[in-house]
Design a protein around this ligand. Structure first.
Ligand code: MLC
Ligand code: AMP
Length: 507
């Protein structure tokens, strides 16, 4: 029934004939979701979407708590040929407004608690079908689903058709929608399943959010494609993850997970029979890698990816997992390090911009052909904006970023977006937003503000003033007042000097 739909086929293949087996075990409570029930519900949602007028290629946006129904909606979209567009639950109404206006979805699924504020926003984006989904798995999406029969025949989709759009922040402050094809998602997750040896016997601890690549396309797709099962946690809780380990085989997390888990009692014993710990989305400190190994005996497997590309490189399953590196290009992925000015490939060991090519790479930015052309070369190489080197043994090292980006607890924050808001406030002459080392989050967002000469500014008031427009994780953890910003001879703000000066703010 899924034969004609590229990604649906790939997601379903491993669980055919295993309808009674468990796909998800919900934590807390232990409720079991079988493969059969999960796909039947996804089929019903696909039928509901089609009944609501959703056509292939239409966007279906969702900003809702992590639930099984949201995963069913994802697969339902794939089956209906729609483009799944999940949004971070931390986004404020003002942020959501941008995404809806840009993507003009046919359907928007919202948390019922936010319905009043988001309905007018969705309506002005031309979206009139608004369904709700609450954290307790109730809402009109569920009602729509339960009115429909299962057995939906997946709409035919070829490899190039879009399956999802995920927004990634942009250096100019405007977020860009990365268009991900059926091929990009299917090929990458299948590769990862095999590279990391996932089988039907695996039990993954799934604590990541499902509105980003890591929790959705890595953790969820791999589980489905292996016919494995997952312990499905609505949010991160270090104690709950530790307690789940004896009944699990694998964990995927951002570095903050590992830092926090190291602080839990009894970790070594709990982790004893685990098979695999994967880290990514932000740099894992070599120190965390070493501490983890010493305590648990496991070498964390670090991999490197992006919203635009899914996963590009991974440390080996069998060979040496080298701390401070992101391993080797995955099968089917080419990487090279190029000179930022000439675009020429650099010799082994030299630092330059990492470029990647493969089936995993996105199809471009939604309705931004100029941005697409700037970052995606005609020959298929995507210019990641990450600074890297490849050592003599072939290990890729991410050594920095050429893009002005802060990664805090695995979430990306583009300084420009915050600087634009700060600069608009009365009494602010200019601002610079930087990331500085933070023991828990890797990097923390810090704002440096230059007041107008007359102004007396209270940092707390400034943060409060931008808060309604910024998701919590983007808000500066600290604001510092300076009389001027350091600039080079060209007049460009020298953020490196600010980063050095405030490097010890949190450590
Ligand atoms: C929460 N806060 C953060 C934050 N997360 N601040 C900065 N950065 C973050 N990442 C805020 C909270 O709102 C709260 O604010 C305060 O910080 C402390 O909250 P907490 O309770 O300690 O945070 P918690 O809810 O536990 O969240 C931390 C976290 C979470 C690490 C579990 O951020 C998380 O799930 N990160 C994973 C992100 C992810 O999935 N990234 C993958 C992207 S895909 P206050 O002031 O109200 O107390 C990608 C591609 C790839 O990058 O390669 O994978
Ligand atoms: P995102 O846009 O949220 O997908 O974030 C992608 C960015 O996260 C990459 O461009 C890198 O800068 C960073 N990243 C992901 N994985 C790693 C890693 N293992 N080490 C260092 N940086 C990483």
């Amino acid at each position: 029934m899924y034969d004609q739909n590229h990604l649906a086929r790939s997601l379903r293949r491993a669980s055919i004939g295993k309808d009674q087996e468990t796909f998800l075990r919900i934590h807390p409570g232990g409720r079991l979701i079988s493969y059969g029930d999960f796909f039947a519900n996804a089929e019903k949602i696909a039928a509901a979407l089609v009944a609501a007028g959703v056509k292939p290629g239409d966007r279906v946006a969702v900003q809702a708590a992590k639930t099984v129904t949201m995963l069913e909606l994802y697969v339902g979209c794939v089956l209906a040929g729609a483009v799944f567009l999940p949004l971070n639950t931390a986004y404020t109404a003002s942020e959501v407004s941008y995404f809806l206006a840009d993507a003009t979805p046919s359907v928007f699924v919202a948390d019922p608690a936010k319905l009043d504020s988001l309905t007018p926003i969705a309506n002005s984006a031309g979206t009139n079908t608004i369904w709700t989904l609450a954290a307790d798995e109730t809402g009109s999406l569920v009602d729509q689903r339960d009115r429909m029969p299962a057995g939906f025949r997946a709409i035919a989709r070829i490899a190039e058709d879009l399956a999802a759009i995920l927004y990634t922040s942009g250096t100019t402050g405007r977020s860009k929608g990365a268009m991900l094809s059926h091929r990009a998602l299917a090929s990458n997750s299948e590769t990862l399943r095999d590279y990391w040896r996932f089988t039907g016997d695996d039990v993954l601890i799934h604590a990541l959010p499902i509105f980003h690549t890591h929790g959705l396309f890595v953790a969820t797709n791999i589980t489905l494609m292996a016919g494995a099962s997952a312990i499905f946690m609505a949010s991160f809780d270090a104690g709950a993850i530790r307690d789940a380990m004896p009944g699990a085989t694998a964990l995927m997390g951002v570095p903050t997970y590992y830092v926090r888990l190291l602080d839990t009692e009894g970790l070594a014993k709990a982790a004893r029979n685990m098979r695999l710990f994967v880290s990514g989305s932000a740099p894992l400190l070599a120190e965390t890698h070493a501490n983890w190994r010493q305590l648990t005996g496991h070498a964390i497997l670090e991999r490197y990816g992006m919203t635009e590309t899914n996963m590009n490189t991974s440390n080996p399953y069998d060979g040496e997992r080298r701390a401070g590196t992101v391993g080797f290009p995955l099968p089917g992925v080419e990487v090279k390090v190029t000179d930022p000015d000439s675009g020429k490939t650099l010799p082994t060991g030299d630092i330059g911009i990492l470029e990647v090519r493969g089936d995993n790479v996105f199809s471009g930015y939604w309705q931004m052909p100029e941005k697409t052309a700037e970052e995606l070369r005609a020959n298929g190489f995507f210019i990641t904006g990450d600074l890297a080197k490849i050592d003599a043994d072939g290990y890729v090292h991410i050594v920095g970023r050429s893009k002005d980006l802060v990664i805090t607890g695995g979430y990306n924050v583009y300084p420009k977006e915050i600087e634009l808001l700060l600069d608009d406030l009365p009494g602010v002459s200019e601002s610079a937003v930087i990331g500085v080392p933070h023991p828990d989050l890797g990097e923390a967002v810090v704002g440096v503000v230059v007041p107008t000469t007359t102004g007396e500014l209270d940092p707390e008031c400034l943060i409060a003033a931008v808060a309604p427009k910024l998701a919590r994780f983007k808000q500066p953890k600290r604001l510092i007042m300076l009389t001027e910003l350091p600039r080079n001879t060209m007049g460009k703000v020298q953020k490196n000097i600010l980063r050095e000066r405030f490097a010890n703010l949190f450590t």
